[in-house]
Design a protein around this ligand. Structure first.
Ligand code: HEM
Ligand SMILES: *[C@@H]1O[C@H](CO)[C@@H](O)[C@H](O)[C@H]1NC(C)=O
Ligand SMILES: *[C@@H]1O[C@H](CO)[C@@H](O)[C@H](O)[C@H]1NC(C)=O
Length: 356
């Protein structure tokens, strides 16, 4: 036997030994590494057809993504240290105790998606905690060029209501938001990474007169966020709102301040010209959010069930039409603001997100 042949045998043996996980067929051409994941394909098919309108990155996707946060962030090691119950994190308590938690001020509007999702969770007999994170991951997989989030299954269905005041408000001081998010385990830069979610977000309740108004951190337009605000898109100034640079776009006070804070401005600015980094950092930080209150080693990795988002060709990044470098409030001391030209044509107004 030649030396080459022995080497080949050894590599084969090592490969077999190192890969004990066999693939399990879930029917059709769907395979997973753990049979417990198969049932999530049924949930996937049902959600895509009947919750996400055939696989759209629309209003239900946005609301489902927001819900992953509002369930998970109900988790405070600080409260536990004070001898109080600090919440169970991503435990489904926002659905199990909706009558309590959806009445918290910061949860305004989430009752709708909680009630829309609940029958799906009950029908498929999965825990509320698993379901909320799964729906968020499936939802954003419908956003072209977006992230493919990890999904771990196996959260208990037993929970207690989260204490109030753990979900940040857009009118909270940045220090307050950093402290609250820090308590839950997130660094300031990781808060920016989480706020990438607001690239597919619109508001309904900060200014109820203009429902569906997208945030000015819309896809590839973290730069719009950094433009000087000039107008209110709706009925004047509301609590938690700042002047926006474009008609039809909404600027949250918390987003505006975090984008300009010396502790976080460089992370924010870095995403303007780096879509790939934006996507990978969001995937990473969402893995952390989704298991707050859990030991991930106790959960089963069913990420294979999450669809791969469609790729997009990333267009050249521009400033919004009608804006120039003079309109930009660059706040990162370490790195110059990237050279961007303005999109051609006159200043535009952004259309609202249609309700579905
Ligand atoms: C500093 C932390 C945060 C604050 C203060 C905040 C605040 C808000 C507010 C006020 C709205 C508008 C709600 C409405 O009027 O209907 C909103 C929407 C949204 N938020 Fe956040 N948010 C924060 C972090 C997050 C995180 C971490 C996520 C997800 C990972 C998230 C995802 C969303 C999404 C997807 C929407 C849009 C919902 C829709 O279009 O229906 N937010 N957020
Ligand atoms: C989860 O708990 C809720 C009550 O909060 C219950 O209605 C539901 O049937 C439970 N689901 C499972 C899978 O045990
Ligand atoms: C708009 O705001 C004004 C006060 O600034 C208030 O009196 C009015 O009722 C608001 N309109 C609507 C439709 O909410």
């Amino acid at each position: 036997m030649s030396f080459k042949a022995i080497f080949a045998l050894v590599t084969l043996a090592v490969a077999t030994y190192a890969a004990p996980s066999r693939l399990v067929s879930c029917g059709a051409d769907r395979v997973v590494s753990n049979a417990a994941c198969c049932k999530w394909f049924d949930v996937l098919d049902d959600l895509q057809a009947n919750l996400f309108d055939g696989g759209e990155c629309g209003e239900e996707t946005h609301e489902s993504l927001r819900l992953t946060f509002h369930d998970a962030i109900g988790f405070s090691p600080q409260l536990f240290r004070e001898g109080k119950f600090g919440g169970g994190g991503a435990d489904g308590s926002i659905m199990a105790f909706a009558q309590i938690e959806t009445n918290f001020h910061a949860n305004i509007g989430v009752d709708e998606i909680v009630e829309t999702q609940r029958p799906f969770a009950l029908k498929h007999e999965v825990s509320f905690g698993d379901f909320i994170q799964f729906a968020g991951a499936v939802g954003v997989s419908n956003c072209a060029g977006g992230p493919r989030l990890e999904f771990l299954a196996g959260r208990s269905n037993i929970s207690q209501p989260s204490p109030d005041l753990l979900v940040p408000e857009p009118s909270d001081a940045t220090d307050t938001i950093f402290a609250r998010m820090g308590d839950a385990g997130f660094t300031p830069n990781e808060i920016v990474d989480l706020l990438i979610s607001h690239t597919v977000a619109a508001q309904d309740h900060v200014d109820p007169t203009i429902p569906g108004t997208p945030f000015d951190s819309t896809p590839s337009k973290f730069d719009a966020q950094l433009c000087v605000g000039t107008l209110f898109p709706g009925n004047g100034s509301n609590v938690g709102e700042e002047l926006s640079p474009l008609g039809g776009e909404f600027r949250l006070q918390s987003d505006a301040e975090i984008a300009r804070d010396p502790r976080t401005a460089c992370e924010w600015q870095s995403f303007i010209t780096d879509h790939a980094s934006m996507v990978s950092k969001f995937e990473k930080v969402m893995s952390k959010l989704a298991v707050l209150g859990h030991n991930p080693a106790d959960l089963i990795d069913c990420s294979e069930v999450i669809p791969v988002p469609a790729a997009v060709k990333i267009a050249a990044v521009t400033l919004p039409a009608g804006k120039s470098r003079a309109d930009v409030q660059a706040a990162c001391a370490a790195t110059p603001f990237p050279r961007l030209s303005a999109a051609p044509g006159p200043a535009t107004t952004v259309a609202p997100v249609p309700p579905s």
